[in-house]
Write a protein that binds this ligand. Structure first.
Ligand code: AP5
Length: 228
């Protein structure tokens, strides 16, 4: 299928999964295919860090250490973003919620607008694979397209397929010592959300160990059904 499909009503989809599971990669593909807006709290926080805002200054140290930024900061940033007009067509939340407090706050916020979470999709990969994926990851510094040294290389090495930029960047928190902390934070604070959404009857699980295209096909089928 080519081009963006028209959604009949605003959808709210959540991609759950550990660092390196492929949330960003898949969210960008779903955005292109379904016309939804990818909303990554990691990207919003990195933008706040780059802009040098007060929230960004506080978040920077936590992110560098591989911990989770406080719920207050994350929720404030997310609420601001949700007020922008483009999200009315539906969103894919990438990396949010990450704690019970965030999940409950999201449900409350959506209920105020007569909305709900359509589906929370858990991308399941083992810890060894995550480390390999993160170690080889880089991103176009201009448009944000993601790549991997082995698993997803651009047609011309060093040049972005999407925008032609040669400004490729690696994330400061992708160092081996930080990845361990990020994984620990995931298992302690975010993995319990799988049960949270299971109890709501909203959870879908995907084996995300396969190739990017294979995971995308499975994910698209779930999204089509969730937003129908
Ligand atoms: P964030 O930016 O959300 O990072 P993350 O959750 O650690 O996830 P990643 O971006 O590392 O991985 P991904 O699942 O998107 O994988 P990707 O698609 O890039 O958060 C960063 C930090 O911000 C956090 O540590 C925290 O401090 C803070 N933060 C953010 N949100 C927060 C919140 N809500 N609350 C509190 N703090 C928050 O793929 C990885 C690589 O693998 C890529 O190179 C890709 O090409 C490759 N790849 C993808 N899929 C496959 C596949 N199927 N096969 C082979 N390779 C693949």
């Amino acid at each position: 299928m080519s081009g963006a499909e028209t959604m009949t009503r605003p959808a709210v989809l959540i991609l759950l999964g550990p660092p390196g599971a492929g949330k960003g990669t898949q969210a960008r593909m779903l955005q292109d295919r379904f016309g939804l807006v990818q909303l990554s709290t990691g990207d919003l926080l990195r933008a706040a860090v780059a802009a040098g805002t007060e929230a960004g200054k506080t978040a920077k140290a936590v992110m560098t250490a591989g911990g989770l930024v406080s719920d207050d900061i994350v929720l404030a940033i997310l609420k601001d973003r949700l007020e922008e007009p483009d999200v009315a067509q539906g969103v894919i939340l990438d990396g949010f919620p990450r704690t019970n407090v965030q999940a409950e706050a999201l449900d409350k916020l959506l209920a105020q607008n007569g909305q709900r979470v359509n589906a929370a999709i858990s991308l399941e990969v083992d810890d060894t694979e995550m480390v390999t994926r993160i170690a080889g990851r880089y991103t176009c510094g201009n448009c944000g397209e993601g790549y991997h040294d082995t698993f997803k290389t651009p047609a011309i090495i060093g040049t972005c397929d999407k925008c032609g930029s040669t400004n490729m960047v690696r994330r400061a928190d992708d160092k081996a010592e930080t990845v361990g902390q990020r994984l620990a934070a995931y298992h302690a604070q975010t993995a319990p959300l799988i049960t949270y959404y299971e109890r709501q009857g909203n959870l879908q699980r995907i084996d995300a160990m396969g190739e990017i295209g294979q995971v995308a096909t499975e994910l698209s089928a779930i999204v089509e059904e969730a937003v129908a």
